[in-house]
Ligand binder design. Structure first.
Ligand SMILES: [Zn+2]
Length: 228
């Protein structure tokens, strides 16, 4: 009953949004990867220039395997760019590299949502790992307290996905401003950058929606079990 229960239907909208978002981000990224930027500048070159101009000389730039695996690691102050960004002189490459630099700026400035998100990482990971076993045992034995603890633990993970949204949207906003103010892209190219970054933001929105609906589902299951 727990594994094949009808409350799974609640997750359907988020599942559809997730599938759409992951298709959309790949399609948009690959479309603008085919379009070279007017200055023919690669992601790695752009990163070096922008980090230098920002005075972030202690941020390292590394190549990382995979596609759409680009990220900024605040612990080691490293900007990791995937091959399609690192070597490509495309609109997509500039958008993604500037977005990751946006995170480096957030880190350097102590941007509060990022600080909160980083503090939340270990707690949210623990909460997510504990949530389902606790909830499941509580559900199985009809123990409302255990189900509630499971739900609270899961909420920590949900909070993480929600805090991620302003962090990501802000990094993308910084990215566009940075690329425009540095003269690295034209206003027309900024539209392409915006499309790439908006499609990436959609994947974070889908993840947050999925987490929220999963939480709602657990609450519903707990209520149903209590009434049994
Ligand atoms: Zn990001």
């Amino acid at each position: 009953m727990f594994l094949f229960d009808p409350t799974y239907i609640i997750l359907l909208p988020a599942l559809i949004l997730s599938l759409y978002a992951s298709w959309k981000v790949r399609a948009t990224f690959s479309y603008f990867s085919q379009i070279p930027n007017s200055r023919r500048i690669t992601g790695a070159e752009a990163a070096r220039i922008l980090l230098g101009a920002l005075g972030l000389h202690d941020v390292k730039i590394e190549l990382t395997p995979g596609s759409l695996t680009d990220h900024y690691d605040p612990r080691t102050k490293t900007l990791r760019l995937s091959e399609p960004v690192y070597y490509s002189p495309s609109i997509s490459a500039l958008g993604v590299c500037a977005h990751e630099i946006g995170h480096a700026i957030q880190h350097a400035q102590g941007y509060l949502p990022l600080v909160f998100r980083s503090t939340l990482v270990p707690v949210a990971a623990l909460g997510t790992n504990m949530a389902f076993p606790l909830f499941f045992i509580g559900f199985l034995f009809g123990n409302p307290s255990l189900m509630t603890i499971g739900i609270l633990a899961f909420s920590l993970g949900v909070l993480f996905y929600i805090v991620t949204l302003p962090v990501e949207i802000n990094a993308s906003k910084r990215a566009r401003e940075l690329l425009l103010s540095s003269g690295m892209i034209t206003a027309r190219e900024a539209e392409g950058v915006k499309a790439v970054l908006n499609s990436a933001a959609l994947t974070y929105l889908a993840a947050a929606a999925m987490a929220l609906l999963q939480l709602l589902r657990l609450i519903l299951l707990a209520n149903m079990r209590r009434r049994d």
